[in-house]
Design a protein around this ligand. Structure first.
Ligand code: M6R
Length: 613
């Protein structure tokens, strides 16, 4: 969703801001803009890509050593030049960029209109900058105090940065339920929605906490206060553990493809230091600290959205199967609004790649209010969910830039597998011999993923066969039912083909009506439990002339005689099959999207981290 980058220091701000906006493109957006201070404030903004903004500004003057930039993902008002950020105050003294939603903007707008304010855009953001102007002018306050007072009157979520032409030595940033990071350079400061625009300038960052306001000044001063109490806070400086190469495509056409191919390494990274088959142990640091509480939990509730919800479903199968703890999996957006029964005997596991998904963060807060212990499985280090949970584990997948989540999914499933194994052993739910067998096999998974990736040419060929079909059905059973859901989601989001994932046995209860010679049916049919049943499901599809693409175990001779195409994956223990079976589905959707001419990394309407409800 929207991205913010701001700069104050000795260098020309414009090239830094534009580079920062390019780094933020992966978040999803539909317009972009910058404001620069050079004696006066100039604002340039355009509907469309950052490149269109750059083309527009190239003929204009863009000097200035302080500025703010923004990529907008439209919420209030359609994507156009006027609704794009930054937004001016009525007196053209202030300019502001915003990520989030001001929920009471309508009430505020009406009150401001009564005071004589006129609005140019349809955005909630413009209301906020007029509110700051009103307070600043009426009460004659310094910028940071006017911003702080205005924010106490706002309901909603925000990360903002404000610039004032009458106080040109400072930038003011603030956050509530939307991330904002301060980068500390040599005699310069950056503010940004995440660390990606900062990494080439500095590794020293401060993650602003919720309800904090920060002032960074050209003279080097930095002050952080609480918005409600005005109390001064002591900032904690983090060292970023990220290299610039992680933000480059490294020779691949798209980040998504690079991220698919990184999976043998990212899965191994998620296991690193956490598993030792020779000594027969699995250890998750985050679990260690809270083991007593977890061991006595009456149930686990997993809360997540999208792909992370799919990995949560696999987590349910793993934890119930191996550790014998009851698990419920909830869409975070539903959990937070349906008055759920959560008590201090429950453990809530929040799963999120970005660590910023608004609904998942709200579910975390709700679970904490209700007394549950909250455990996070997160990729982005220092993100809001990582900081809001009581304990947790990072998946260590590195930055995921493609909007379609791939390596984060397999990282999450790896973590959930480690968690299930750890709990199974500690709770005595599994024999030592079986535990050792599973551990030894689990260590082989990165190599087996590599073998699946080597099927890419065959998968590309199959993609060519079905690229023009308007629909697709994905079927799986047991551990591979969530993989069917994930395969369908991948296809939908990047190729815009309508796709549904179903438990294979449910097909007879409705979706079978859709099957004809135009319908590709992708079936995950590995040879462990319920194999005969899935063979029957494939026969049922073929009897209705559906096009069957089956993911089978190496050496399978039954299905290859029935299906139109079979993609073989190495044999493994049943609980680990999702880590292998999802790979062909990722590649299939990638190749189909490329063949259909879609922008794989930035699909229409989608945002990488969904920071509004
Ligand atoms: O950052 P999160 O894991 O919390 O994001 C959740 C979903 O928004 C995300 O998985 C989304 O569904 C992806 N586009 C899927 O590829």
């Amino acid at each position: 969703m929207c991205g913010i980058v701001a700069y104050i220091g000795p260098k020309e701000a414009y090239p830094l801001l534009m580079k920062g906006l390019q780094r933020l493109e992966y978040r999803g957006y539909d317009s972009a803009g910058v404001a620069l201070f050079n004696g006066d404030i100039r604002v340039y903004k355009k509907k469309g890509k950052v490149q269109e903004l750059a083309d527009y500004v190239s003929t204009l003057s863009y000097e200035g050593t302080m500025g703010i930039g923004h990529t907008r993902w439209a919420t209030h008002g359609e994507p156009d030049d006027i609704n794009a950020h930054p937004h001016f105050s009525g007196n053209r003294r202030l300019v502001l960029v915003h990520n989030g939603i001001i929920e009471n903007y309508d009430v505020l707008k009406k009150a401001l209109e009564k005071e004589g304010h006129h609005f140019e855009s349809q955005t909630d953001t413009e209301v906020l900058v007029h509110l700051i102007e009103e307070i600043q002018t009426r009460e004659n306050l310094p910028l940071e105090e006017a911003v702080r007072v205005a924010l106490t009157r706002v309901v909603g979520a925000y990360a903002i940065v404000v610039m004032d032409k009458q106080e040109p030595g400072k930038l003011v940033g603030a956050r509530k339920a939307s991330p904002l990071v301060i980068g500390i350079g040599e005699g310069e400061y950056f503010l940004a929605s995440d660390a990606t625009p900062l990494i080439e300038h500095t590794k020293k960052v401060i993650y602003l906490n919720d309800q904090e306001i920060a002032v960074v000044e050209r003279n080097g001063d930095l002050q952080i206060k609480k918005i409600d109490s005005n109390e001064v806070q002591t900032p904690f400086i983090h060292e970023l553990d990220m290299e610039i190469e992680a933000l480059e495509k490294g020779g691949y056409d798209y980040f998504m493809l690079k991220e698919i191919y990184e999976q043998p390494d990212t899965i191994a990274d998620a296991m690193r230091g956490r598993i030792n088959p020779r000594e027969n142990w699995v250890r998750l640091g985050g679990l260690e600290k809270i083991y007593e509480q977890i061991a006595n939990a009456q149930r686990f509730i997993i809360a997540a959205c999208g792909t992370s919800w799919h990995s949560g479903l696999i987590g349910e199968y793993l934890i119930e199967d191996l550790a014998r703890i009851p698990v419920e999996v909830e869409y975070a957006s539903e959990l937070r609004y349906r008055n759920p029964i959560i008590t201090d005997k429950d453990v809530v596991i929040a799963i999120s790649q970005s660590g910023e998904t608004a609904d998942t963060l709200a579910a975390v807060e709700l679970a904490k209010e209700k007394g549950a212990l909250v455990y996070g499985i997160v990729n982005v280090v220092g993100s809001s969910i990582a900081r809001a949970t009581d304990s947790g584990s990072y998946i260590h997948a590195g930055p995921e830039i493609g909007v379609a989540s791939t390596k984060a999914f397999t990282g999450q499933v790896t973590l959930l597998t480690l968690m299930a194994l750890d709990l199974a052993q500690r709770r005595g739910e599994i024999s030592e011999t079986r535990f050792q067998e599973l551990l030894t096999e689990f260590k082989n998974i990165p190599d087996k993923v590599q073998k699946v990736l080597e099927k890419n040419q065959q998968i590309k060929y199959i993609a060519g066969e079905i690229q023009d079909k308007p629909n697709a059905l994905y079927l799986g059973r047991g551990y591979n039912f969530p993989v069917a859901l994930e395969g369908a989601l991948k296809l939908k989001e990047i190729s815009y083909i309508h796709a549904e994932g179903y438990p294979a046995a449910e097909m007879k209860h409705g979706p079978i009506a859709l099957i004809d010679e135009q319908m590709p049916v992708i079936v995950i049919a590995t040879n462990r439990s319920a194999y005969d049943k899935i063979v029957s499901n494939i026969q049922e599809v073929k009897a209705r002339k559906g096009i069957v693409i089956a993911i089978v175990t190496e050496g399978d001779e039954t299905i290859s005689h029935i299906a139109d195409h079979t993609i073989e994956i190495p044999d493994t223990e049943e609980p680990f099959t999702p880590l292998l079976s999802v790979i062909p589905l990722q590649l299939l959707s990638y190749y189909i999207a490329v063949m259909r001419g879609c922008n794989v990394d930035q699909p229409r309407n989608l945002a990488k981290s969904v920071t509004v409800e």
